[in-house]
Write a protein that binds this ligand. Structure first.
Ligand SMILES: [Zn+2]
Length: 419
């Protein structure tokens, strides 16, 4: 096995330069023009194959045939207008550390080339757009123009069957600020459904003739109370969250509100529970509206599926992590957060391991890298070690694949999304 710690440490100044540059060019999902050009430029005149996926990103491959190890880096930022490096034009900021992923995975690919590690099989790194589920109006516009089909980067690559040939997928993500150097494996992410409830009533003079109106705001208030009362049926282990907010409360203060809107997410760590709770909330809202003689229109948009990681693939990473941070490895955390990496885990044995070395609040105004050893070198070393092992040890890879059961087919996924 190569001495990756030494090789990557010697490469630290490159990684740090890329991190700094990418941090300074935050772009929202499907708008990562500069980021994509910057990353593509790193691979110019290298002996690699590049495939362009348009707005959804691109891939870089080394070698050919099997085994085929897939890597994932996310390219997008999110809107945190008061972040100290926020883009003045749209408030985009790398407050979720995706720029670190891009630097790490670019480093992995570069070093695989220079160290001539891929002597058999193939490694493909996907640099992917739009992980954060934000800026939705702009994305819906792109969808209406036919430039994307679904609203996140990985979702589009999945329906284009871009991961068809890979045996595994490895990705990484910041753990945020930690009290000591740490890494994380086998954590679970929640899934979510986006909900929009439009309550329809009937307008009338609020003081003179409220008896002639139907109050859509009252219907919404009753629905919110009823959802609150439903919460005692949520089990802790299912990690259910229902967070809705009103984005329209009425039309005029002297008229009975004829239209109100309540929108937000329903989340759970379990796909079946997510569907059940989503239906329960629909039921509760519908009958609350009916109870007050109003109507409700329901819009449900599938967000992301829960992330279920491959334990067998995590077993490959674990000893490599121990070499970096000792036993400070967080295992089997359940998170309310969600990511479209969950959708990948439906089809391919997938891991998204966590790394430390950042400070500030994730998605907050002060988030940034703090310690390059933890936030750049360790994850690069772990990924390189895992790639090398997977390419050379067929038994390990076969064991991962044998223990993996796809949760649906691409056709079922498309049908689920109605595309
Ligand atoms: Zn993120």
């Amino acid at each position: 096995m190569s001495d990756w710690m030494k090789i990557v440490s010697d490469f630290q100044s490159e990684l740090m330069r890329w991190e700094k540059d990418l941090f300074a060019m935050p772009e929202l999902g499907f708008k990562e023009k500069q980021t994509k050009a910057y990353l593509l430029n790193l691979f110019r005149e290298q002996n690699v194959q590049i495939e362009d996926f348009g707005l959804s990103g691109f891939s870089v491959s080394i070698g050919q045939g099997k085994p085929h190890v897939g890597l994932i880096a996310e390219m997008d930022a999110l809107v945190v207008t008061n972040h100290f490096m926020a883009s003045p034009s749209d408030g985009a900021a790398h407050a979720c550390g995706h720029h670190l992923q891009s630097a790490i995975m670019a480093g992995v690919m570069k070093l695989l080339v220079t160290q001539k590690t891929v002597t058999q099989g193939k490694v493909t790194c996907y640099f992917i757009a739009a992980e954060e589920y934000v800026d939705l109006d702009a994305r819906k516009q792109l969808r209406d123009q036919g430039k994307i089909v679904l609203l996140s980067g990985k979702q589009n690559l999945i329906i284009e069957d871009r991961f068809k040939d890979v045996d595994v997928l490895i990705s990484c993500h910041t753990m945020g600020a930690t009290d000591r150097p740490k890494m994380e494996i086998n954590s679970m992410l929640s899934g979510f459904v986006y909900k929009k409830y439009t309550f329809i009533g009937k307008s009338s003079h609020a003081a003179v003739a409220p008896h002639l109106g139907v109050n859509a705001l009252s219907a919404m208030a009753l629905a919110q109370s009823a959802i609150g009362l439903l919460r005692e049926t949520f089990r802790e282990e299912d990690l259910i969250r229902v967070h809705l907010m009103s984005t329209l409360g009425g039309q005029s203060v002297n008229a009975v509100p004829s239209k109100t809107v309540l929108e937000g997410y329903v989340r759970s760590i379990d796909t079946n529970i997510l569907t059940q709770v989503s239906e329960k909330i629909d039921h509760t809202v519908t009958h609350s509206a009916q109870a007050l003689f109003a109507q409700v229109e329901i819009e449900s948009t599938p967000g992301y599926f829960p992330l279920k990681q491959s334990e067998e693939l995590s077993d490959v990473l674990r000893p490599l992590m121990v070499d970096c941070v000792g036993e400070n490895i967080v295992n089997h955390q359940k998170s309310f957060a969600a990511g479209d990496i969950g959708d990948c885990s439906l089809f391919v044995p997938t891991v998204q391991f966590g790394f430390s070395g950042c400070k500030g609040v994730v998605h907050g105004a002060d988030f940034c890298m703090d310690n390059p050893t933890e936030a750049l070198i360790y994850p690069t070393v772990v990924t390189l070690g895992a790639v090398e092992r997977l390419l050379s040890d067929v038994k390990v890879l076969n064991n991962i694949k044998e223990h993996f059961q796809p949760l649906m087919t691409i056709e079922q996924y498309k049908a689920f999304h109605g595309v």
